[in-house]
Design a protein around this ligand. Structure first.
Ligand code: GDP
Ligand code: IMO
Ligand code: MG
Length: 420
């Protein structure tokens, strides 16, 4: 099983790359996250944004699996299914959901909003999709799972969990905050019963034994990981390669390549530290050129230069074997590009990610000449080639894919001897 994941703060372009390489796989499996994700695919003039459904869904012949590590909001899921069906995709035929995946309830969403409001200025800037409270109930051993839809006492289990949530919502002075969403949710749950569910650990075991190729698709990114991200400004799941094992029930020794997706620069949406952030006109230029507005929430993304200590960290904790560099076209015509090679912390120059980057971390930059124009039609400009070489040397991993536009076709594969 190969793994593909975000090496930065999410929105690196994972959806595009999964769509590009999906024809090489029989199964595409999402291993964590939920509708906080927004994975964008663009081909034949149409743009599709996927939240819960894996990004192989448009490629004929692939099975798309929502793994046990994913949290599913039935309402959002059904909306996604309907929009795919409207686009001519027979989703029901190619999609399976793990019985062990947890369900997001309307009260989880209400708790997410109440918790964020309570934090005030310290808020995480969550997507308000109920992700944190749902994973809290999973680890707190209170959650409802997709497999519970088969139980006769589902309604009672639901009512018991809602009662607990109502007690918490009362503490936030928000009792009944989810009441009006309840009916729609219960209706969506009924409809969810019609989808194929599976014990994904057994399904994948058999698929791998039969020699099928499986790609595990991550959501969010390494720096949003619950353990290794910029805590507490993170999401609530394991976004790293180890999360593909727990999120699908596949053992570590079955992992083949690990592809890290990163942008030629950095972005972050929501709160939290971002050492190379550009809060100036240059940041604005990147935001505009890269259309850096959230695929899920529409919020403007914060933009900054590429951070090599952070990328090296992502390579280390994930065991990244190859990298895909996205959105190099966005830096077309930038003049000078700055590349953060080190951090200066308390007078010392360090090249590794420290425990805390909240304050006192100053990026050390190397100036690099920019390129006027790069596209997938011609050879890469020498300046971009040099930028790529510098990154490869600094992190010790080959960049096997360079993306120069949002469309499926605007992609260059490098290092032909490698798998990707
Ligand atoms: P994901 O969450 O990692 O799948 O990424 P998103 O879909 O949230 O954000 C990536 C955005 O960049 C989407 O709007 C893509 O269409 C777009 N995109 C992906 N690759 C490229 C690229 O190489 N160049 C440009 N200009 N846009 C890209
Ligand atoms: P994809 O898969 C970028 C961010 C939120 C917030 C933090 C916690 O499209 O890359 P949460 O709702 O998970 O509790 O929010 O994580 N975040 C993302 N940022 N891309 C994503 O997903 C994200 N999913 C969550 O903005 O800062
Ligand atoms: Mg996204």
């Amino acid at each position: 099983m190969d793994v593909l994941l975000g090496a930065q703060w999410g929105d690196e372009g994972k959806g595009k790359v999964v769509d590009v390489i999906a024809p090489r796989y029989e199964v595409i499996a999402r291993f964590q996250g939920g509708p906080n994700a927004g994975h964008t695919l663009l081909f034949e003039g149409h743009k599709h944004v996927l939240h819960t459904i894996p990004s192989g869904v448009f490629r004929e012949g692939t099975v798309n699996l929502v793994g046990n590590g994913v949290v599913v909001d039935p309402v959002i899921f059904l909306k996604e299914v309907k929009s795919l069906e409207a686009a001519g995709v027979d989703v029901r035929a190619v999609l399976m959901i793990s019985r062990r995946a947890h369900l997001i309830l309307p009260t989880h969403r209400a708790l997410d909003a109440a918790s964020e409001a309570d934090k005030g200025k310290q808020k995480i800037g969550s997507t308000l999709k109920g992700i944190g409270p749902t994973y809290m109930d999973k680890t707190g051993r209170n959650g409802l799972r997709v497999g519970d839809l088969e139980r006769a006492d589902l309604k009672d289990r639901y009512a018991a969990l809602v009662r607990k949530h109502e007690r918490l919502l009362s503490l936030y002075d928000q009792p009944g905050a989810a009441k009006e969403s309840e009916e729609e949710w219960l209706d969506a749950v009924q409809q969810l019963r019609a989808f194929r569910t599976v014990d994904c650990e057994h399904y994948l075991d058999q698929a791998l034994r039969a020699g099928k190729r499986v790609l595990a698709e991550g959501a969010q990114g390494t720096l949003l990981d619950i353990d290794f991200g910029t805590y507490p400004f993170v999401t609530s799941s394991s976004t790293i390669s180890a999360g593909a094992c727990t999120g699908l029930g596949v053992a570590p020794n079955r992992i083949g390549s690990v592809t890290g997706i990163f942008k030629a620069y950095c972005t972050r949406v929501g709160s939290g530290p971002f050492p190379t952030e550009l809060e100036d006109a240059t940041g604005e230029v990147i935001r505009k050129a890269g259309s850096e507005f959230g695929s899920t929430t529409g919020r403007p993304r914060r933009c900054g230069w590429l951070d090599l200590p952070a990328l090296r960290y992502a390579v280390m904790v994930n065991g990244i074997t190859e990298l895909a560099m996205m959105k190099a076209d966005v830096l077309n015509g930038m003049g000078t590009i700055q590349l953060c090679t080190h951090y200066r912390i308390g007078g010392a120059t360090v090249d590794r990610m420290p425990y805390d980057i909240t304050s006192g971390v100053e990026p050390v930059y190397m100036d690099m000449p920019g390129w006027s124009s790069a596209s997938s039609d011609g050879d890469l400009p020498v300046e971009l080639q040099r930028y790529i070489d510098t990154i490869e040397n600094a992190v010790g991993v080959p960049i096997t894919l360079v993306s120069l536009g949002p469309d499926r076709t605007e992609t260059i594969l490098r290092h032909a001897e490698r798998v990707l």
